[in-house]
Ligand binder design. Structure first.
Ligand code: 4AD
Ligand code: MG
Length: 442
């Protein structure tokens, strides 16, 4: 008899009805020779399915392998209390077919990859590993997070922009650029969409983008990718205080949204039990006080000396401080020389800039942001100091000429945000196919 083809996440609408589900054999087990259990996975959810008697005596049943594709027909039953099945429903199968048989070594592939310490070997099998419970849960939270960012910025009236990734000039850190041939000139892959976003504000109002950024990092670390997804935001006529609020609202608004939705809430609970929206307002700490904190806690620089005012705070002391304090921290007012050319000096202390990083436990920096210089003369002068050619960035200079305006914004690394909320050790596990030094596969 005909049965409706449904997705597993809709089974609760089909209680006691006959349906058809299709998917992959996620787990399977014989109980005696007359009962076979298949946990079917179709991407939306898993469904425990029960095959009895002649249904599990066939050649197909006896030779079935994990990750084979099957089509099951049967009746959806609510699981009776005391019986254990993943989810609240199970399928009592009355007919089934194999669509495609897998080789049956998928567990071996997964085990082999998971014990290897070389990331390029580990991640070479990621196209199969993402079918696992944990890996797929992280990727689902990623999808929900992207939606949550968009819902948040839409709700406050910011427009989404899709700036190009191929560009002519560089902005953050000249040494980490991917260059490529581009007709008779060269081009490079975008490291940040910030300058393009700034140019949009006078035309479109406040804007944001979720775009790939590329950084030719030299080392494989737990928080650096060579290609990452970058949420960037730019707003006009704001103060530095407004910028901090904007970051806090974006981060907390997104997490609130994720924890309100029953599906993403369950996934986050599975990956990071007990995770809640952080308390607001976030703790604030000036760069200067972070240097003091490190010295008071006897955290040393790589060369064994004390940290000094003006030093860049590297990844591991930064994370140590954040893990010790164990809550999000706005680290503000970095000295001019260690920050980007476009960051303006603070009014109350010209040694420092109106800049901010958001640090979170387990990861460290997830957001970098600042106010932007808006005065034309000031911009020309920092161009000189940074040895930037005004002719190359003529269009960016025009911003402070044709109607300069106070503005600021920030960039959030999506994989780092995910490593935080899903409690992953490495950003490599927070994207589909991580790009890291030496690796571009699958
Ligand atoms: O601090 P960054 O370099 O700042 C900018 O690019 C600014 N233009 C952003 C802006 O104001 N619009 O990068 C911003 C964030 C970092 O805080 C970090 O979360 C992430 O991007 N990030 C990386 N994530 C993964 N792999 C890398 N190699 C990353 N580099 C930066
Ligand atoms: Mg930064």
């Amino acid at each position: 008899p005909p049965a409706k083809f449904i997705k597993i996440n809709e089974v609760n609408k089909y209680r006691d009805q006959r349906v058809n589900v299709k998917g992959w054999v996620h787990h399977m087990r014989f109980q005696g020779k007359d009962l076979m259990l298949i946990v079917l996975r179709d991407g939306t959810a898993n469904l425990q399915s029960i095959l009895t008697d002649r249904l599990c005596h066939t050649y197909d049943a006896l030779t079935l392998t994990l990750e084979s594709t099957v089509s099951l027909f049967g009746t959806i039953k609510t699981v009776i209390e005391g019986k254990s099945a993943p989810g609240d429903h199970e399928l009592i199968v009355d007919y089934w077919e194999v669509i495609s048989k897998a080789p049956g070594d998928s567990e071996a592939v997964a085990n082999k990859a998971s014990v290897d310490s070389d990331p390029s070997i580990q991640y070479a099998q990621r196209h199969l590993l993402i079918r696992g419970d944990t890996e797929s849960a992280v990727l689902k939270v990623r999808s929900y997070s992207l939606r949550a960012f968009r819902v948040h910025f839409h709700s406050i009236g910011y427009l989404e922009i899709t700036p190009p990734s191929l560009e002519q000039k560089i902005i953050e850190g000249g040494s980490s650029i991917f260059s490529l041939p581009y007709y008779d000139a060269g081009a490079c892959l975008s490291q940040s969409s910030q300058l393009y976003l700034e140019s949009c504000v006078p035309a479109l109002g406040n804007v944001y983008t979720i775009n790939e950024s590329f950084r030719a990092e030299k080392l494989i670390t737990r928080r650096h990718l060579t290609e990452y997804t970058h949420l960037e935001v730019e707003a006009g006529f704001i103060t530095f205080e407004d910028l901090l609020d904007m970051i806090e609202n974006a981060v907390c608004g997104t997490i609130d949204f994720l924890l309100k939705d029953p599906v993403s809430r369950r996934l986050i609970e599975q990956l990071n039990p007990g995770f809640v929206t952080p308390t607001r307002p976030f703790m604030r700490m000036r760069y200067e006080d972070a240097i003091k904190w490190l010295n008071e806690h006897e955290v040393k620089r790589g060369d064994g000396n004390d940290f000094m005012y003006g030093d860049d705070i590297p990844e591991s002391p930064e994370r140590l401080m954040t893990d010790t304090i164990n809550r999000p921290i706005f680290l503000t007012h970095f000295p001019g020389p260690i920050k980007s050319f476009y960051m303006p000096r603070s009014k109350d202390d010209p040694r420092v800039t109106d800049s901010v990083d958001l640090l979170v436990p387990n990861v460290g920096e997830i957001v970098g942001g600042s106010m932007r210089i808006s005065n034309y003369e000031d911009m020309l002068s920092v161009f000189k100091t940074a040895k930037l050619n005004p002719d190359d960035l003529y269009w960016y200079l025009d911003l402070s000429k044709y109607g300069a305006f106070p503005h600021g914004g920030f960039g959030l690394g999506v994989e780092r945000f995910l490593a935080w909320i899903t409690n992953r050790y490495s950003v490599l596990d927070c994207c589909l196919y991580p790009r890291f030094p030496g690796n571009c596969k699958p």
